[in-house]
Design a protein around this ligand. Structure first.
Ligand SMILES: *Cc1c(COP(=O)(O)O)cnc(C)c1O
Length: 359
């Protein structure tokens, strides 16, 4: 028998979450963000679930975009970092992709390459994230250079918010965007999941939801996934494979970071950081055993972690464990571990077998 760990991916929930995102987008198109192997859920699985319904897609790698075209998808596909060398451009044309143009180096490559066109592009404006994009100073020249290229058929303006999920919100960036590009009669794409759900004023013509498609709240401090009507897509399950009854003063795991103050029953779960569970999750991180909530104990090992069964006398070897997903929001586990659900999902290890539901 293989180790009892497995992830299940619910394609029905993925579709549900996408349709919820689109229902918030009004008349805008919702491009499903499926970068990073669909946030760890599997590109082919995302294609299967979203191919029939999505208005468009956004990702990073041309090779991944090629997989979408090979699967027969004809929707628009945006490349969020654009291209990296001139040799990418013929591929972009052949696959009919929409590259982001975010810097002078890319403009120069476009100018040097003979393209048949027509090419649709996203022109990225840096409104305060200070990662990629043209600023108020460099934007006008960039727009003029793009407009001078005969192969370029359409230009959509794009920006990305740094704080759509916290109390600062998007107002400062939206104001800069308007100052830079407000007078232009061009389509616009601004909103990630958090902005889509919180700031209807940023909906524009294309929205780019990512994390919400996978059932993670984009703003767990403000609203839970459940409150937002999102369903868990990835559930990580395992089992109890060992039990230890320990006396006060006994310690659990590497470094002995947890010390029992009372007699305790400790369950050992076949899941560790080599499966993608965060090693920095401290004692007290929530976990379900037999559907009941308890807490982790001590340090997470490579292949195992420990949990508290003291108050779950019915639990023992073979009891089912949920690390996150159905019944235990990944956002809660992530918060306990000082990270975000995005990182938990992306870190799911290749060694974990995946079972697909709702195909
Ligand atoms: C990843 C990404 C998104 C999606 O963000 P979520 O917070 O996952 O909704 C949207 N736009 C850009 C440019 C991105 O890089």
């Amino acid at each position: 028998m293989p180790r009892p760990i497995r992830a299940s991916i619910d394609l029905e929930a993925l579709r549900h979450n996408y349709l919820l995102a689109r229902s918030k987008a009004g008349s805008a198109k919702a491009f499903a963000v499926i970068k990073a192997n669909a946030y760890g859920h599997g590109l082919q699985r995302a294609i299967q679930a979203l191919g029939p319904v999505a208005d468009g897609f956004a990702l990073l790698d041309i090779a991944e975009a090629a997989q979408l075209r090979a699967a027969g998808l004809t929707q628009p596909i945006a490349l969020l970092e654009g291209f990296f060398e001139p040799a990418d451009l013929p591929e972009i044309e052949r696959l009919c992709l929409i590259p982001t143009i975010h810097g002078d180096a890319q403009l120069a490559m476009l100018e040097r390459t003979r393209l048949a066109g027509p090419l649709d592009v996203l022109l990225k404006i840096n409104t305060g994230m200070n990662r990629l994009g043209f600023t108020a100073d460099s934007f006008p020249a960039a727009l003029a250079r793009l407009r001078a290229l005969p192969a370029v058929r359409s230009i959509t303006l794009m920006s990305h918010f740094a704080r759509a999920d916290d109390e600062a919100g998007i107002a400062p960036q939206l104001a800069r965007f308007k100052a830079i590009a407000g007078g232009l009669d061009l389509p616009v794409s601004l909103a990630n999941s958090a902005a889509l759900l919180r700031f209807p004023e940023a909906t524009a013509q294309i929205v780019r939801p990512g994390i919400m498609l996978y059932g993670g709240s984009p703003m767990p401090d403000i609203a839970s996934a459940e409150q937002l009507g999102l369903r868990a897509v990835m559930t990580l399950n395992s089992e109890i494979i060992g039990v230890q009854d320990i006396t006060p003063g006994e310690r659990v795991g590497y470094g002995g970071s947890f010390e029992a103050a009372t007699p305790m029953r400790v369950g050992v779960v076949a899941c560790g950081y080599a499966d993608g569970y965060p090693r920095h999750a401290p004692t007290g991180t929530p976990i379900l055993v037999g559907g009941r909530r308890t807490r982790t104990l001590g340090r997470v090992s490579m292949d195992m972690l420990a949990c508290d069964l003291t108050h779950l006398p019915e639990a023992g070897v073979g009891s089912p464990v949920t690390l996150w997903g159905d019944g235990l929001a990944a956002d809660e586990v992530a918060a306990a571990a000082g990270t975000i659900s995005y990182e938990l999902f992306c870190a799911l290890a290749p060694r974990v077998p995946v079972q697909v539901r709702g195909g």
